[in-house]
Ligand binder design. Structure first.
Ligand SMILES: NC(=O)c1ccc[n+]([C@@H]2O[C@H](COP(=O)([O-])OP(=O)(O)OC[C@H]3O[C@@H](n4cnc5c(N)ncnc54)[C@H](OP(=O)(O)O)[C@@H]3O)[C@@H](O)[C@H]2O)c1
Length: 327
């Protein structure tokens, strides 16, 4: 456990007494860290994957789920079943919460003495929510004498525990440092700072980037299919390599421009890009809806009409959010 008074000061780790289970001297996880007592509250698709990864790494996992039978497979893998959230929390140093809705977390932690059991624990909440919800829950958890990390899982359940999975964390830095062994057993851990709202905000930013890519794919697939093309081969042989090349060469350059607020175009200015509505015209001729591409197209045209035709596509961000002038 982490001492509350050491929260600001770093990674001071206190003894693990009162956690309900003794540690065996010399025991090690598969990553070479000290096994910890971890509770997982919520055993939906994601909670089960997280608990399973923790067990596989060698941590001692106590599980609870509202619908008890969902714990059966994990118990067969070596987890302990708790009869209530309070019992799971009492047996653990780290409490991972993974349920569907943020609104249901507070009642869960208030139930049956769970609040009292939280004192000295670290709550790692990976339920998706908003930055404001994360800040409110962090205060509530702190009020119960526990430490709070908000987490954004950037993975689907199938890839939990594999190298491409990562989880964004923000909140109590000392708790993050002290329990890296637990966090890294689930996925690569990325710490974004003390504001509990940072992880959910970056989670949503990554998701909107992903949906932008998926939206582009859907329009492209419809266009190719409308001409009788092979969407599978098109995507594998052309679209994926193209998107990789654009991500590498364009996204980082545009990000630097957005960060600097300086949108000097180097080759592809906005006026050139909106000179002809090729995507719209051909899509309509093929019977393909432009509902996905249309909003971006309108923003690009508006930016040109506003006198920014010489700038790059990155300058469209100014129509989405009035940024602070560069320092
Ligand atoms: N699956 C993904 O790909 C993914 C990826 C990233 C993040 N996430 C996030 O992870 C969280 C869980 O997702 P999931 O995929 O595991 O969802 P899920 O399979 O639908 O499971 C939902 C879980 O929430 C529990 N639950 C719902 N309402 C509850 C309540 N009022 N009190 C207590 N428990 C309650 C359910 O319990 P019962 O079994 O009793 O219904 C179940 O354990 C969500 O916030 C989701 O956004 C999921």
């Amino acid at each position: 456990m982490i001492s509350a008074k050491n929260e600001a000061g770093g990674s001071s780790v206190m003894s693990t007494e009162n956690t309900g289970r003794a540690q065996t001297a010399g025991e090690r996880t598969s990553a070479g860290t000290t096994p910890e007592n971890v509770a997982v509250l919520g055993l939906g698709d994601m909670g089960r994957a997280l608990a399973s990864a923790l067990l596989a790494a060698g941590h001692r996992v106590t599980v609870w789920n509202r619908t008890a039978h969902k714990a059966d497979a994990l118990v067969a893998e070596g987890a302990r079943r708790a009869a209530s959230p309070a019992a799971a929390i009492a047996a653990s140093e780290v409490v991972i919460v993974c349920i569907l809705d943020y609104a249901d977390i507070a009642p869960l932690l208030a139930d049956d003495g769970a609040g009292a059991a939280l004192e000295g624990r670290v709550v790692v909440n990976v339920t998706n929510g908003s930055p404001a919800e994360a800040r409110v829950l962090a205060e509530r958890v702190a009020g119960l004498g526990a430490h709070y990390l908000d987490g954004g899982v950037m993975a689907v359940p199938d890839i939990i525990g594999q190298p491409q999975a990562f989880v964004l964390y923000s909140g109590a830095e000392a708790a993050f440092a002290a329990h890296r062994g637990v966090l890294d057993a689930m996925a690569r851990s990325v710490y974004l700072g003390a504001d509990p709202g940072a992880a959910p905000l970056h989670d949503l930013a990554l998701l909107t980037g992903m949906y932008g890519m998926f939206g582009g794919f859907l329009h492209a697939a419809a266009l190719v299919r409308s001409a009788g093309g092979n969407v599978d081969a098109f995507t594998r042989d052309l679209l994926v390599p193209w998107l990789r090349a654009m991500a590498d060469s364009q996204l980082l350059a545009m990000a630097a421009q957005v960060a600097a607020g300086d949108y000097g175009a180097t080759g592809s200015h906005l006026a050139m890009q909106v000179a002809h509505d090729g995507i719209g015209d051909v899509s309509r001729a093929q019977g393909v809806s432009t509902e996905l591409f249309g909003p971006l197209w309108e923003l690009m045209k508006r930016r040109v009409a506003d006198g920014h035709g010489h700038e790059s596509l990155g300058s469209v961000v100014e129509l989405l959010h009035a940024g602070a002038p560069p320092a």
